[in-house]
Design a protein. Structure first.
Length: 352
């Protein structure tokens, strides 16, 4: 045998070894499957089989009687270990077969779903209510969990009101199926549109577009005494209460200090929950008032008096002029008749 022939044979052998794994038999567990409750569950029911050798074991029984194995449930779970054990019990050596996947949730067709609640215990009216994470997972629970993440509150601080026509869909058990809940991206609305898809295996089994009203339990600032428009809020005018409020809308005040000293934009009746857009900052400096000017230059601070040439609220910049001077400067309002001036600026106005 010549040297060239030996090299050719070795090359062919190497190519054959490299090509073999690409055509190896494989068994891959499906994420989910559906099987009649009155018959056995086989390898072919719960797995994708590639290759003649793997496909020849499709009829191997994994669960002899699905209904009995479910123990009153309407689904069972088959793991990769269950699959290996079933093949070995049938006298099959699974070693030459590439096996993958974690588990397959098998829904049992023809079995009755257990009822979550007695009809006598169900609320007589359709009203907003808390959805608790108790008992078997439902579609309603998965929607509530998605909305609790969106609004940044725990489940027991969230109340939801769904349309009555959606209750049958929402009260379904998850049953090991994959439930995908898509909410909006903004928590600034009390009404949310939610899209739900339920997958059995890799296929969409059901899809539904829902409308839901959202209420949140929050610490709120509540008007204790009637406050007239343009009146300043005093400590006795407000109190802190934990209450259910509509989700979204203008920001709620949660700190009493944000309300005290602010001015009511409109008349506020006792019991009103205060939102940020109902108050405004008070006028701290009025045109013509004598103001204290803090002059800052690096680490040095000097004070002087000047006359305000405009009115404004805290944080606003107004024009001020020192008595007897023809030059004006811009200064930021810092408090009641108090402004701050960063030295090093130039005059903004002159009467000369």
């Amino acid at each position: 045998m010549t040297h060239r022939t030996i090299i050719s044979l070795l090359t062919l052998a190497l190519m054959s070894m490299l090509a073999r794994p690409a055509h190896a038999d494989s068994i891959t567990l499906r994420p989910g499957a559906a099987v009649p409750a009155d018959r056995p569950v086989t390898v072919g029911d719960v797995a994708m089989l590639v290759g003649e050798h793997a496909q020849s074991h499709a009829a191997v029984v994994v669960v002899p009687h699905a209904g009995k194995a479910a123990l009153g449930r309407v689904w069972i779970e088959v793991s990769l270990k269950d699959l290996r054990n079933a093949l070995q019990d049938a006298g099959v050596n699974p070693a030459p077969i590439a096996m993958s996947g974690s588990s397959c949730v098998v829904r049992l067709l023809g079995s009755a779903e257990p009822m979550l609640n007695n009809s006598s215990d169900a609320p007589e009216t359709n009203e907003a209510r808390v959805v608790l994470d108790e008992g078997p997972a439902t579609i309603r629970l998965r929607v509530a969990q998605a909305l609790s993440r969106l609004y940044g509150v725990p489940l027991d601080d969230l109340r939801l009101l769904f349309d009555e026509r959606d209750n049958e869909f929402l009260d379904q058990l998850e049953l090991g199926r994959r439930v995908v809940v898509m909410t909006g991206t903004s928590a600034n609305s009390a009404r949310q549109g939610v899209n739900v898809r339920i997958y059995t295996g890799e296929s969409v089994d059901q899809a539904c577009a829902l409308g839901v009203s959202v209420e949140l339990r929050r610490d709120t600032i509540v008007v204790a005494n009637d406050v007239a428009r343009k009146a300043a809020i005093t400590p006795s005018d407000v109190s802190v209460r934990r209450m259910w409020v509509e989700g979204g809308g203008a920001a709620l005040l949660t700190d009493v200090s944000d309300a005290i000293g602010a001015v009511a934009r409109t008349d506020l009746k006792a019991g009103t929950i205060i939102r940020a857009n109902q108050l405004e900052s008070p006028i701290l400096v009025r045109r013509g008032a004598l103001v204290r000017v803090q002059c800052l230059s690096g680490g040095i601070a000097l004070q002087m008096q000047a006359r305000a040439r405009g009115s404004g609220k805290k944080g606003e910049v107004i024009e001020v002029r020192r008595e007897g001077s023809a030059n004006s400067f811009m200064a930021r309002i810092d408090g009641n008749n108090s402004v701050v001036l960063e030295l090093g600026g130039t005059p903004v106005a002159s009467d000369n």
